[in-house]
Design a protein around this ligand. Structure first.
Ligand code: CAA
Length: 405
């Protein structure tokens, strides 16, 4: 039974994150965005708030909150700027939760604990210059040599590439299967920036999420100890898809926050700007756009809440997380377009935040499964071509107090 009431703990979290982001980030974000600058001082502050280990159990150094809390924090962070939510998506969603579900006790102690405490920053490396949607098309290889794997390849469009210490890397460990593009030949590895042969760089030609760090990393015969294999050999594709279940969930919640930001900015503007002798909020076509934003906000929120509730009770949620991500990101694109429209020429300048929302929303319609990939996946579920089978490792259900959704 889904309970739509949030707990006191959830409300407190929402308020804490909202106030922190409004106080510490909102006053500077336009300037950071204009300067294409990631502000690393944000990370220790997020760590102090417990956000970098938000739903990691306390025994692994985390805040021990539930998975809904991850969604709530994602929504609040993206309300201020997408770059903030991206930190949570890659560090917690894609990386730390994969270690939590698939890692050995030793790997959790060594990598998850410092990540949850914010001493080390983590990200995810699946995408390559020539392989995005076609995840089986990656070229990175991991050749076993004694007690190590030697990794070579390049990953692209990696959030926090120049900031992270730990990288969850997907590579082919079986070259026969690579030729056949059989995903059971892919494996997942925990790679440290400090390993010899690792290098990274920042992409400078991006036009959205400019206050976020996005880049590439290269591995030139990087020797990775065999104990850094995450899961078993051949489970890399499943781990990547599992990671995306969590990442897409944070993207969905974040896009919901972006819709709310568009809505609020548009309402303020519509109450203040006058045309033809009245506030523009009096015009029916403006009202229609505002009403659509509200509907998009409420429906997007319900979809991610449902996915989060399923995570809390330990139910497979690939379909629900994907649907939430698809719907919220497409709706955020509509909301941002309408927010600019309502602001008229002012929306087309960077005097108002809606231009930034418009640039930022587009990324999420592309990364972590494009709009088209998600449409195909949802159709395949309907047609019976795709079903979610249980996997060997799942996210542990939330063990604390029963949290309402
Ligand atoms: N959890 C666990 N296992 C899963 C899984 C999941 N969520 N999804 C699939 N699997 C398993 C399947 O059960 C199957 O296992 P069996 O062979 O044992 O049955 C195996 O993995 C292969 O699954 P599929 O047959 O479903 O794989 P596919 O090739 O049909 O997948 C696809 C196609 C859905 C298009 C997939 O390639 C995909 O999602 N592509 C998009 C990739 C993507 O989102 N990239 C973004 C990268 S991250 C990013 O953007 C970076 C950033 O910093 C933000």
């Amino acid at each position: 039974m889904i309970d739509l009431d949030l707990t006191e703990e959830h409300r407190l979290l929402e308020q804490t994150v909202r106030e922190w982001a409004a106080r510490e980030v909102a006053p500077h974000i336009a300037e950071l965005d204009r300067a294409h600058r990631f502000d690393p001082r944000i990370l220790p502050q997020m760590a102090d708030l417990g956000l970098l280990g938000i739903c990691v159990p306390a025994e692994y150094g985390g805040a021990g909150m539930d998975y809904l809390s991850l969604g709530l924090a994602s929504e609040e962070l993206e309300y201020v700027d997408t770059s903030l939510r991206v930190i949570l998506s890659v560090h917690v969603g894609l990386n730390s939760l994969s270690l939590l579900a698939w890692g050995t006790e030793e790997q959790k102690r060594r990598y998850l604990v410092p990540q949850a405490q914010g001493q080390k920053i983590a990200t995810f490396g699946l995408t390559e210059p020539a392989a995005g949607s076609d995840a089986r098309g990656i070229q990175t290889v991991a050749i076993r040599k004694g007690d190590r794997y030697v990794l070579s390849g390049e990953k692209m469009w990696i959030s926090l590439a120049d900031v992270a210490d730990h990288f969850l890397v997907i590579a082919w460990s079986d070259l026969e299967k690579k030729r056949a593009k059989d995903p059971s030949g892919l494996s997942a590895f925990i790679v440290e920036r400090a390993f010899a042969g690792f290098s990274s760089g920042t992409l400078t030609h991006k036009w959205g999420i400019l206050a976020g760090n996005t880049g590439f990393f290269k591995m030139d015969e990087v020797e990775v100890p065999a104990e850094n294999l995450l899961g078993r050999e051949g489970e890399g594709f499943k781990i990547a898809m599992f990671a995306l279940d969590q990442g897409r969930y944070t993207v969905a919640a974040g896009a919901t926050g972006l819709i709310r930001a568009c809505r609020d900015a548009s309402v303020r503007y519509a109450q203040q700007r006058q045309t033809f002798g009245v506030e523009i909020g009096q015009h029916q076509l403006v009202k229609e756009m505002l009403a659509r934003m509200e509907a998009d906000y409420q429906t997007s929120r319900l979809l991610w809440l449902k996915a989060g509730w399923m995570k809390n009770i330990g139910r497979r949620n690939t379909r629900e997380s994907g649907l939430a991500k698809w719907m919220a990101t497409v709706a955020s694109e509509r909301a941002a377009g309408d927010a600019v429209q309502i602001h008229g020429a002012n929306g087309y300048s960077d005097e108002y935040p809606v231009g930034r929302y418009y640039r930022n929303c587009k990324g999420a319609v592309i990364y972590e499964g494009t709009r088209e990939i998600h449409a195909l996946m949802q159709a395949d579920y309907l047609l019976g071509y795709r079903t979610d089978k249980p996997t060997r490792c799942e996210l542990p259900p939330y063990q604390g107090q029963t949290a309402g959704a």
